[in-house]
Design a protein. Structure first.
Length: 318
């Protein structure tokens, strides 16, 4: 089934605009098909965005970009651009460039409408002046409006150039920058496709961009497959309740983003006894929260293991 919320946010719809329509009783599919895709002109008008920059400069463009997409994009020096997809903040430089290109297209269409309207209005005023219905002051005012609209159109056409788009994004970084320490900062929150789980209480909450989750599990909480999993544990542990309890404890601790015990767990024994089956299942379920680490990274040596260590940030099961 298509994820229409993700489509809306990827296309540039603001989360607050979408949320207001969801609260009004519309579904994400209805919003996307009936309002967003079928909008007259460009969707930016639906958002109530002001597309005309305060001044015709790179800074003016950046001001419009930040006001338009501050709910969809953030920036960190270490991870670049992150885009919110309705469930998590995902490192995605391509989405930032896509939205910048979309804004430039919307601005150009807005400038065209303004210029054509100004030209038409000027022509009407000139006819009225020739007929004596209006004076020369009205004609001068209409010319000034047309000139200003033409300046806006010229500026919008320039923003379609790669150099101007890159300049707009570069300046926007400083406005949309966040401290990377706020990302995945709450150790008690586990992000899943079905919502945010508050681990101490087990409460399931709606996704929230202000939680700044960049990771998400592969599955939502539920009981589907529970019986099969219990049978698997029983078979692999030979119905050893103590070992099953220990594995449950280890699995539960791995959900939290904090260290309860400074220890390493080694699964040992002959082959084909379920070691990989159990831990691969846990790792696959945890999705982004799980990772792997080469054993050499833990050993003393001259090699630079910094990149390997950086990849562990935010991981809860290694």
């Amino acid at each position: 089934m298509p994820d229409y919320l993700n489509r809306l946010l990827t296309d540039g719809a603001s989360l607050s605009w979408v949320q207001a329509r969801l609260n009004a009783g519309l579904t994400a599919e209805q919003i996307y098909k009936d309002e967003w895709s079928g909008s007259d002109g460009h969707p930016a008008r639906l958002l109530g965005c002001e597309l005309r920059p305060p001044d015709f400069s790179d800074s003016g463009n950046a001001d419009i970009f930040c006001r338009t997409y501050h709910e969809q994009l953030i920036y960190t020096d270490s991870r670049g651009w992150l885009a919110y997809d309705g469930k998590r903040w995902e490192a995605n430089d391509h989405q930032a460039f896509k939205l910048a290109g979309k804004l430039s297209a919307d601005m150009l269409e807005d400038a065209k409408r303004e210029y054509f309207a100004a030209v038409q209005q000027q022509a009407e005023v000139e006819v009225a002046v020739s007929e004596g219905a209006q004076d020369d002051d009205a004609k001068d005012k209409a010319k000034k409006i047309t000139k200003n609209a033409k300046a806006y159109l010229d500026h919008a056409q320039q923003l379609r150039n790669e150099r101007r788009i890159k300049a707009m994004l570069e300046l926007s970084k400083h406005e949309l920058a966040v401290d990377p320490s706020i990302l995945d900062a709450d150790p008690d929150i586990l992000n899943t496709p079905g919502g945010l789980i508050h681990l101490p209480t087990g409460k399931l909450m709606p996704h929230d961009p202000k939680r700044f989750c960049t990771k998400i599990t592969a599955v939502s909480p539920g009981t589907k497959g529970a019986e099969m999993w219990v049978d698997c544990l029983s078979t692999l542990t030979q119905s050893n309740d103590s070992l099953i309890g220990f594995l449950q404890l280890v699995s539960g601790m791995a959900l939290y983003g904090k260290v309860y015990q400074e220890a390493m767990i080694f699964a040992y024994g002959n082959g084909k006894n379920g070691k990989s089956t159990i831990f691969n299942a846990l790792g696959d379920s945890l999705g982004d929260y799980s990772g792997t680490l080469e054993v050499e990274t833990l050993m003393t040596g001259k090699e630079n293991r910094g990149p390997d260590i950086i990849e562990l940030r935010g991981k809860r099961l290694i």
